[in-house]
Design a protein. Structure first.
Lengths: 302, 250
């Protein structure tokens, strides 16, 4: 983190959102940075500083998009199989204008969030139990490990039979997918808490509850956040599976809709939205983790 | 008053770490346990701390049998063992969880000044050097105002300069409230600089081999003739203890 902060500290003019260049404030962040880069480019090194900044991650995707658009316009890609990015964008605009897009995104997001919540809650309870208590571990963990080895999609027929084809079975499937990575990370995180730190707690005569709250909880947090992020990405994976099986709304439904009606632009639009939403929700978790784990002595923070 | 009464410790695998250790330590005394590795000196300290239990015998503090960590006993480990998610000041306050916040702050600030770490109150452990981290660990133990402070090779991992500085520093801190200090070390000079009494242990099984009283006035000059003589004596004793367990048994 320090590395990135430092590089932007050296070139404050490449950070227009800090209010130094109000004239650019109405531009998107992207354009403003380009502008700033061009403006300070005359001063020499700042172009390199821009390249080392946090916008590096955008270079490749934008480059590929431009190449794709160009090659589509030149007729290299057949439009009935691979439409140009501008066509896909237009499709998304169309969906947005009709209000359909909000409905599809809304229902998919609802399923993921609910499934993620239920799965995380269950995994937190079971992971805390089996991680902290060796007895609970001996009773519960073998069964849970066996269940983990059932490919999660194999539950689909049973869930549909038990819970019907509507929301409950979809949310249950997502919850199952989210459960295992969160459970595993939390359990092993608790088991790997440094015995030496626990001993410090004992010397100061902390009660069991205090020991959990003041030593185990913070020490386990890094592993737990990794588990949450893994769980969330599986949640997105399973919402697609659930919506492919049978749904009349949602981004997964758009995929099937695009396939059956022979409209690749719809499929691509849906893929793009999945990528955006997945990245967005993961970034939220990552930012939360970074905030909570500022104390970590890691390669990036050093 | 600290009594170690006839303490023996046998581990589950049959290894006898300590055999019939009896020691009486006066309030305010500085006592060092020295011996080669495997002589059970750390185990003895952990038994006094209430982290481990003797197979035979017991430890009495003010006529109270130790069965769990005692509120009037502090322990400084070989490593600082700071909570990496807490700042220096929060780490020092770790053991004060039963006090109201203003009292906690008042006490931790006083101790921070004693170990000369006030400017680092809000630093995180990862930003500290080894010597600073160990000073925080000592401060964390001091802040509970222990009558007895146990130190398990507290400066073992530090370089020679830092070690010598922290030894002087420990004596300075000891001078404020004069708690009983019971140290474990394998550094002969450290034992001589600090102690009133040096207990030599020999291994297999850990047993008291010899007791050396150090009557030199403090601060002690490491280069003085008396110091060097005592050092010779101590090294000779340890040599015998390490080399001669078979001989002693016969």
């Amino acid at each position: 983190m320090g590395f990135y902060t430092r590089s932007s500290d050296l070139a404050p003019s490449s950070e227009p959102q800090n209010g130094r260049s109000p004239a650019k404030a109405t531009h998107s962040r992207q354009q403003a940075t380009w502008g700033a880069g061009a403006r300070t480019g005359a001063k020499g090194l700042s172009r390199h500083r821009w390249l080392r900044s946090r916008y590096q991650g955008w270079v490749l995707p934008i480059g590929l998009l431009i190449a794709w658009e160009l090659l589509s316009r030149l007729g290299v890609f057949p439009p009935n199989l691979l439409p140009a990015p501008s066509t896909v964008t237009a499709t998304i605009w169309g969906l947005a204008a009709s209000g359909e897009l909000v409905r599809h995104i809304g229902i998919t997001l609802f399923r993921v969030v609910l499934g993620f919540g239920v799965g995380t809650l269950a995994a937190t309870v079971f992971g805390a139990l089996t991680g902290y208590s060796p007895v609970a571990h001996r009773y519960l963990d073998p069964l849970l490990q066996a269940l983990r080895n059932i490919p999660s999609l194999a539950w689909v027929p049973l869930f549909i039979l038990w819970l019907g084809i509507f929301e409950t079975s979809k949310v249950a499937l997502i919850a199952v997918g989210v459960f295992f990575p969160v459970y595993l990370n939390l359990m092993s995180g608790i088991q790997n808490v440094d015995r030496k730190l626990v001993e410090v707690g004992k010397i100061y005569r902390l009660s069991q509850i205090q020991l959990i709250y003041r030593v185990f909880f913070p020490a386990t947090l890094p592993a737990y956040i990794v588990g949450l992020r893994n769980g969330l990405s599986l949640g997105w994976m399973f919402v697609v599976a659930a919506e492919l099986m049978g749904a009349s709304q949602g981004l997964g439904f758009l995929l099937i809709d695009g396939q059956t009606t022979g409209r690749p632009a719809i499929i691509l639009a849906s893929l793009l939205l999945f990528a955006l939403l997945g990245k967005l929700t993961d970034s939220l978790l990552a930012a939360l983790g970074k905030r909570l784990l500022r104390w970590q002595d890691t390669y990036i923070s050093a | 008053m600290l009594y170690i009464e006839n303490v023996s410790k046998q581990f589950d695998n049959g290894f006898t770490a300590l055999e019939r250790i009896t020691l009486k330590i006066e309030p305010g005394e500085i006592v060092t346990l020295v011996g080669t590795s495997g002589c059970g000196k750390s185990t003895l300290l952990r038994i006094v701390a209430g982290l481990e239990f003797p197979s035979l015998g017991g430890v009495l503090i003010d006529n109270e049998l130790i069965t769990a960590p005692h509120p009037k006993v502090g322990l400084v480990f070989q490593e600082p063992r700071l909570m990496p998610w807490l700042t220096v000041q929060e780490n020092i306050e770790f053991g004060l969880h039963n006090l109201p916040l203003p009292e906690r702050r008042r006490r931790s600030e006083a101790v921070l000044a004693k170990v000369h770490l006030t400017p680092f109150a809000h630093a995180l452990p990862r930003q500290l050097s080894g010597g600073m981290a160990q000073r925080v660990a000592i401060a964390r133990s001091l802040v509970t105002q222990p009558d007895i402070l146990l130190l398990d090779e507290p400066f073992g991992a530090l370089d020679a300069f830092t070690r010598a500085r922290l030894q002087d520093h420990l004596l300075e801190i000891w001078g404020y409230d004069r708690p009983t200090l019971l140290l474990v070390t394998h550094d002969v000079e450290e034992a001589l600089v600090l102690s009133d009494r040096i207990i030599m242990l020999h291994p297999n099984p850990g047993r008291i081999f010899k007791v050396l009283r150090v009557d030199l006035p403090r601060p002690r000059q490491r280069s003085s003739v008396q110091f060097q003589e005592l050092k010779e004596q101590l090294l000779l004793g340890l040599d015998l203890a390490g080399a001669a367990p078979a001989l002693v048994k016969r």
